[in-house]
Design a binder for this molecule. Sequence first.
Ligand code: MV4
Length: 596
Amino acid sequence: MFSKVLIANRGEIAVRIARALDELSIASAAVYSELDRDAPHVRRAGEAYLLGGPAPAESYLNIERILELVRRCGAEAVHPGYGFLAENAGFARACEEAGAVFIGPPASAIEAMGSKTRARELMRAAGVPIVPGTVEPVADLDAARRIAAEEIGYPVAVKAAGGGGGKGFRVALEEGELQAAFEGAAREGEKFFSDPTVYLERYLPDPRHVEVQVLADAHGNTIHLGERDCSIQRRHQKLVEESPAPAWIVDAQMRERIGTIAVEAARAVEYRGAGTVEGLVASGSSDYFFLEMNTRVQVEHCVTEMTTGVDIVKEGIRVAAGEPLSLRQEDVALRGHAIECRINAEDASKRFAPAPGRIGSYVEPSGPGVRVDSGVRAGSEVSPMYDPMVAKLIVWDSNREAATRRMLRALGEYEIEGLKTLIPFHRALLATEQWARGETCRDLLEDKAWLKTLAFAKPPPTEKDDEQSVEQAYTVEVSGRRFDVRVIGPPSAAGASNGAAPAPGRPTRGVARKKGAAAAAMRGSDTLASPLQGNVWKVPVKQGQHVKEGQIVTIIEAMKMENEITAHKAGIIGELPISPGDAVRIGDPLAVIKDA
Ligand code: MV4
């Protein structure tokens, strides 16, 4: 077994991996960006090293720097978590070349599944059912027209070959819509994956997203841990996941069938470690079609851990070290029902706009059947630079109905001050008839009137009296390695001496005052300020135009995501100092909206 592993990630998944390493008596090394000096994942690991600046390219995507730290700290393996470098075959290879084990599948399996057309071809050859359509890239619009009309039939889905997770996915309900869908998918493929090739699939109306967790070792064992239903999605972002799927969607017989399909899919690419085979179940049928395979541990792996008792992260580490899986297929038993709600720093009432900010007081739910995997704590700053998912709330109970009630109880216990999150959205969603009936809730997730009811009250000013604490915790970096120190003395003198970030929960006077002033300046202002850093993609409004509160003013691309920025008030667009292509930073004015 390894003696030390470097965790090449941040947030809740880095904490999750550190916990698994701890239980396996493996030392853990965290890495962090300048923004994450005081993040929980940094404190949770045994040691921690600075990667570089806040931007992912300088930090969590900085392959050279990560490999340099692997050598320096003496880690024998690297755990990539999810996102960032997790599905980067080049990184997996670079790790092996540097003499470190990449905790994940072989680079060849990442590559095979990374190209969606290649994956479809391999799956078809392996007898895995794929959504009917092409397994080769479609050369041009004329070819697409012919194939859609003669071979597939409308409606068709146009998907980017380099895509996945819904990026570069367009639908054409009829021939008249094909050109826009084709060009849109190709453009998005080019933008996100530097690959404009697309393929076609039959479009399945209102399907369910059902995925199967697999585990494979290097001793010929490939098993599955049942399915997760992730049908509650908005703009291809999963919001709620459950395991098992509602009993009326997947019964024991179907579970065995799709489990076998998933194991075949994994075997076809000589998979190792933890992976997920995603599929669609057509509405009102039990037909199951392979969609894609995620070659990493997933955000929602926890619901499967709750119903099987298997520690998926630990199994992945064991397998990477050459050990066999700790269980066989016949040892897998599903018990009860688990649900996960993603706690994102987003405002559902404003089209799920990112809502970064600083957390004030913070209390996680607990009690029977409740698990919280989080990457934040009181005082944490949630940056627009990274994923808005700050925590996951997972509950288990004996059946779906009981688990739903337990989730509502736990959501009620969750206290996050100062940050808008999806907690009110989840409380409302899980209380609906649609959820109780196990529907996909598509209409509800786009229902403006319903979402509007989830608006946040204006927060009262929370500026607290300055603390008179004499003990202060600081982070110091010595040659790029992080250490925690405590300084006893007058707070201002200690703060000025080294300029290090103060420990969370103990804001210095300067920081507290600046925050308060900025917040006061924004309140009641006509200026719509950018909540994030990125590039202006679209500006669907004009100067002089009347806008309603919540109407889209601009779409900003950041972190490969399109973020809709909506009017904070109704009125007339006075100034509009932005146009497509402009780079904007946090706080930059996007528009001035005058009272009508
Ligand atoms: C589809 C589809 C219908 N037909 N493919 C792909 C990525 C994933 N995030 C959703 N994807 C879909 N692919 C074909 N051929 C519908 C979706 C889809 C979806 C599927 C299940 C549950 C919720 C969904 C929400 C949006 C789109």
